[in-house]
Structures are given as C-alpha cells and as structure tokens.
Design a protein around this ligand. Structure first.
Ligand SMILES: Cc1cc2nc3c(=O)[nH]c(=O)nc-3n(C[C@H](O)[C@H](O)[C@H](O)COP(=O)(O)OP(=O)(O)OC[C@H]3O[C@@H](n4cnc5c(N)ncnc54)[C@H](O)[C@@H]3O)c2cc1C
Length: 485
C-alpha cells in the first residue's frame, strides 16, 4: 500500500524555472486546476502572461482530490441559503451546472484523454436527518430532477438517498497535463520549480519575488490554493481548513457511482471503471490532531464493509469560507489588479472551472454573471463572523497546545532542542537517523504537528506542510524550515 494519492504522476519532466527578471501584463501564481484553467482561457489574448509554479503544474491539491465533477454537493445549497440568501444559493447551483458543461465541452473539444466517465451522484444519510430533506426541497425549488431510493448501489449503511444522473468523474492530473500542453502551445510562458516568496507593490504595478528573480506585473492572479501573501493581513481570519482522508482500492464488480453522506463522520465514494475510492472523516484541521487515528478509522470502516485490496491512502485539506461561497475575483477595492481564487469548500473541481472563467473574463474586461456572487469583497454575515471567531479560538488553543510539547501524543519519536534561542524539533527515524527542523511555521509562527504515516510536518493553523527535513511542500508558508547548522 502506498501513502500517496492515486492521481499523482511522479515522472513529470519539469519546465524551465524563471532565469531572469521579467516584466509582464499578467502573472498567474500557482498551476493547479484553477491556475492552469485561467491560463487556458487567456491563451489567445494579446497580453504578455506568465504562470509561476513552485513545483510542477498539477502537483498540488488538484492531484489529491476525489476527482468528482458533480453539482450534488453536500449541503452546499441549503448552507448558502442560510448563510446568505436563497437567491445566491440558486445562482451558486447554476454556476456548478455551468462548470460541468464547461468541463465536458473543453474535454470534447480538445479530445482530452482524462477518463471522463458519466456517473450518477448520490447524496445519502445513514440515519434520519434534516440535511437531506433540506437538499430535496432546494432541488425541487430549482426544478432540478432527482430520484429517491433507500439504498446505495453497493452494500453500505443507508437509510435514505437521492441521486442525479448528469454528473462525471475524471483523472484530474491527466486533464491538467493536457491543458498545460495547450497553454504551452500559446504565447503564455510556464515556469516550474519557481516558488514565489513575496509580493510587493511598486506604484501601480506588483513586484513578485521568486527565490532568485523578480517579476513585475500589472495584474496578478493568485491561484496558489491558500493565498500565501499578506496584503492585507486579514485573510487568515476569513478562511478555515478542513482535512479529509481517502483510500483507493482495487475495483472488483461494483457498479460505477459517486456518493457523499450527510452524516458525521461523513463518507465519500467514487467508483469508476478502474478505481474504488472511499474516504471522508472530514474535520477542522485544527480540531483533531491525531491524523493517523482518523486514517486508521477510515481504513477500518472500509475493511468492515469491503474486501477490496487497498492500494493507496492519503489525506489532504481544502479551504472553506465563512459563508460557504468561494472567494474569486479582485481582493478588494484597494487592489483591483490583485485577484484571488480560494476557499472552494472541497468542490474545487467544478469551482476551478468557474473561477477560471471569472478571472479571465475580468482580465479581458468581459462581464461575468457570477462575479458578484463570488466576490471577495462581499460583506461578511453575522453567522460567518461567529464561526470564524470560533475557528480562531480553536486555532489559538492548538497554538498553546503545541507550546506544551512534551505531553502531546503526536510528537512520537520527536524531541525538542533549543539552539541559539531557536526551537528545533528532532525526528528520529526507524534507522536511528535524526531529522532536524526549525519548529515554528514561518507563516504566522504556529507550532507544528508531525504526521507519522506521511512523514510530514503540518501547521494546524493554516495548513503549511513540510517534509521530514523541513522542505516546503505546501503553503501558505513560502519558506523551508530546514535547520542549517
Ligand atoms: C480530500 C479532498 C477531496 C476532494 N474531492 C473533490 C471532488 O471530488 N470534487 C471537487 O469538485 N473538489 C474536490 N476537492 C477540492 C479540490 O480538490 C480543490 O478545491 C482543488 O483541487 C483546488 O485547486 P487549486 O488549483 O486551487 O489548488 P492546487 O491544486 O493546490 O493548486 C495550487 C498550486 O499553486 C502552487 N503554489 C502554491 N504556493 C506557491 C508559491 N508560493 N509559488 C508558486 N506556486 C505556488 C502549488 O504548488 C499548486 O500547484 C477535494 C478536496 C479534498 C481535500
């Protein structure tokens, strides 16, 4: 069994990294699904555009997803109706339907081989619950046809379910790789292994600093999953992180379908022609720190119900916003040329398609009917503000807990040292080799948690990840924490 995502492609030959200072019209930072699709829509325009990617395009969260393309999303519509309004929930629903059409039309237009498979999507509950009722009443209101049933296509606890037919799954990384080729055939330059470390302003322009060079850009699009920059510094107070666990097992004779449950712990299924993907167990990243325990529970549940051989196991976190709607567009009125796309709420396959259209339309000065709905400048709601305050308190509690290091179970095989007033964490591996890191996350100085199974350090506050020797894997941190002495 491998501790990595089934979709990751290891032997990608990276494109060149940035070798000199440059001036451009538009810089896209981050080549996940959102970034590469934005580049795709801009590929035929006359602006000078670059995409800067710290690793290789498609190596971020978009390679650790379940890869469902569905509009039957776990309670998103009732939640948006409650946090904002029914009208906004309806518009969000339309955006997701449009995202599916867009994805399908692009795949067909370019004949992209990414295992696009039409599959029914289920939303199910294993006990009576009001969430499913709310979803049904929303779907009826928007006249979206759905069917009802009492069981899933496979044997798994289910009291009640609804399902729709016109949804899909695909291989996200194969898709991204093909889109990358189309972008590379245009005048857009992609620089890989080019990590952005800071962002500054110079008059009307932005200065983007990479490790060795700088890019001057008139407009900047940040599609780095968690916006890494700190202009202004308030974004960390608006975003929440949710971690989930997935496994891929050998497909036997099960029928193809997608499903997600409304219960806690939540379950997700994706069964296609080749893969049986199962998981869920989502939680606020900061609320449960024994990540291995969640992973074990997920695997035990799977083994209790199915005999299929488990081949891959992984975990990942996505970002959520206070009111459940992603943040897409210009950051605020002071920064009309600094655009972000984040907080996809674990529905970033569809939302990346929508984000890429909103962002590219903005750059091309075209109207987009969804830009107001997703605007990062929208007013916060009371409930959202209360939720965010609670989240900040949980994170604050974790911060204190990571200061009382010696008593914590998640520091197995780890001891701490103080070198010149710097806190150093030392992990001793199974061969007795010591791996030292600087213990504080460079982003906002939170303490770090060690995930023994994946052998990575994680910041429970904002999700930065580092390998065993402190090399940065995922932001918002832009620096390594390797201990150099
Ligand atoms: C467990 C799980 C399952 C999911 N399943 C689904 C699903 O079935 N359907 C669905 O719709 N959504 C799903 N999602 C959500 C979806 O996968 C994400 O929302 C989406 O992949 C995010 O895409 P992105 O382009 O924003 O981020 P990413 O794919 O992470 O891309 C960001 C890119 O930016 C780069 N980058 C970061 N920092 C820098 C820097 N400083 N300089 C340069 N480059 C940088 C990264 O290397 C990365 O390549 C799931 C999420 C999780 C956690």
């Amino acid at each position: 069994m491998k501790n990595k995502s089934i979709w990751k492609i290891d032997d990608v030959n990276p494109e060149v990294s940035l070798q000199q200072d440059i001036n451009v019209d538009v810089a896209i930072i981050g080549g996940g699904l959102a970034g590469i699709m934005t580049a795709y829509h801009l590929r035929n325009c006359s602006k000078k555009i670059v995409l800067l990617e710290k690793d290789t395009v498609g190596s971020g969260l978009s390679s650790s997803t379940t890869g469902k393309l569905t509009y039957l999303q776990n309670q998103m519509y009732p939640n948006i109706a409650k946090s904002r309004s029914k009208e906004e929930a309806k518009l969000y629903f339309e955006s997701q339907k449009e995202a599916l059409k867009l994805a399908k039309s692009i795949i067909l237009k370019h004949n992209i081989n990414c295992n696009l498979t039409p599959v029914a999507s289920y939303l199910f509950a294993s006990v009576d619950n009001k969430e499913l009722k709310e979803e049904k009443s929303f779907l009826k209101e928007v006249q979206c046809p759905f069917e009802e049933c009492k069981e899933l296509p496979i044997s798994f606890p289910c009291k009640e379910a609804i399902f729709v037919h016109d949804t899909y799954c695909f291989h996200p990384v194969k898709f991204i790789q093909e889109i990358k080729k189309l972008v590379m055939n245009s005048s857009i330059q992609i620089y890989e292994n080019t990590r952005v470390t800071a962002l500054d302003q110079e008059n009307e322009d932005y200065l983007i600093f990479t490790e060795n060079h700088k890019v001057k850009a008139k407009q900047v699009i940040i599609t780095s999953h968690y916006p890494f920059f700190v202009i202004p510094k308030l974004l960390p107070l608006q975003l929440k992180l949710e971690k989930s666990y997935l496994l891929e097992a050998k497909k036997e004779n099960e029928p193809n379908f997608l499903a997600i449950s409304t219960d806690a712990p939540n379950y997700t299924f994706r069964i296609d022609d080749e893969h049986f993907v199962f998981g869920g167990y989502s939680h606020n990243l900061a609320s449960k720190l024994d990540y291995q325990k969640q992973k074990d529970e997920m695997m035990n549940t799977f083994k209790r119900h199915f005999n299929n051989e488990i081949r891959y196991v992984w975990s990942a976190h996505d970002i959520t916003s206070k009111d459940h709607i992603p943040l897409i567009g210009p950051l605020n009125n002071n920064h009309p040329n600094l655009l972000i796309a984040t907080a996809f709420h674990k529905w970033g396959m569809t939302n990346s398609f929508i984000a890429s259209k909103i962002l590219s339309d903005y750059i091309l000065e075209k109207e987009n009917r969804y830009s107001t709905l997703f605007s990062p400048t929208r007013k916060p709601t009371f409930k959202g503000t209360m939720d965010a305050t609670m989240n900040d308190m949980v994170i604050g509690g974790r911060y204190l807990q990571t200061k009382m290091k010696e008593q914590q179970p998640f520091y197995k095989n780890i001891h701490f040292e103080l070198h010149d007033d710097e806190e150093i964490a030392v992990y001793t591996d199974e061969n007795g080799k010591e791996h030292k890191i600087v213990y504080r996350c460079p982003h906002l100085k939170s303490g770090l948690i060690f995930d023994e199974s994946e052998k990575i350090w994680i910041c429970p506050a904002h999700g930065s990840k580092f390998d065993i020797d402190g090399n940065l894997l995922e932001g918002p941190s832009t620096c390594d924490i390797t201990y150099k002495k």
